[in-house]
Design a protein around this ligand. Sequence first.
Ligand code: BEZ
Length: 212
Amino acid sequence: MSLQLGDVAPDFTAETTEGKINFYEYLGDGWGVIFSHPADYTPVCTTELGRTAALQNEFDKRGVKVIAVSVDGLDSHQGWKKDINETQNVNVQFPIIADPDKTVANLYGMLHPNSLATATVRSLFVIGPDKKIKLMIVYPASTGRNFNEVLRVIDSLQLTANYNVATPADWQYNDEVVVGTSISTEDAIMKFPKGVREVKPYLRFTPQPEGN
Ligand code: BEZ
């Protein structure tokens, strides 16, 4: 049975470019992103890991630990990391898991043989402080991911974990949010001092409760 939203993220211990890591210890009490890419020394993957490294401050700001995985070995990862740093003008600091025996890939269902025969597809999981899976996205090998979208969803997940709100289509940080459907408009007005805009009884907006 494959992993689903709300499931507990499987723990593991693996060799990485930053030494042996236990996943749960690495995550600590914070948020995490684990993402797979098909293979080292391939163009799209090089840009993806470079982009993630360039966004390291953004992940840090949100208290999110990032870890990458592919079914290549450690020597390959170490050599490729140098290429990523050189060609993408970054300093990759997050660990890249060496998973030649596909232990982590199998735990997370990152192998989709009908899509890509031998390697992991582009799977990405966001894991909450409770170690539960909050987001799963799967892209084919031919399409590099949008890491700004990953950050946008993390902003939404962190906001909606703290307030009874949801984020509407194309929401960006500091945009209005949707009042949770379980709250009456009367209660919402008390709960959200910045104001409530009722478009329909089931469609109420309020300014983002936190932020700048
Ligand atoms: C790439 O990262 O460029 C890639 C990897 C596997 C298959 C196709 C493209």
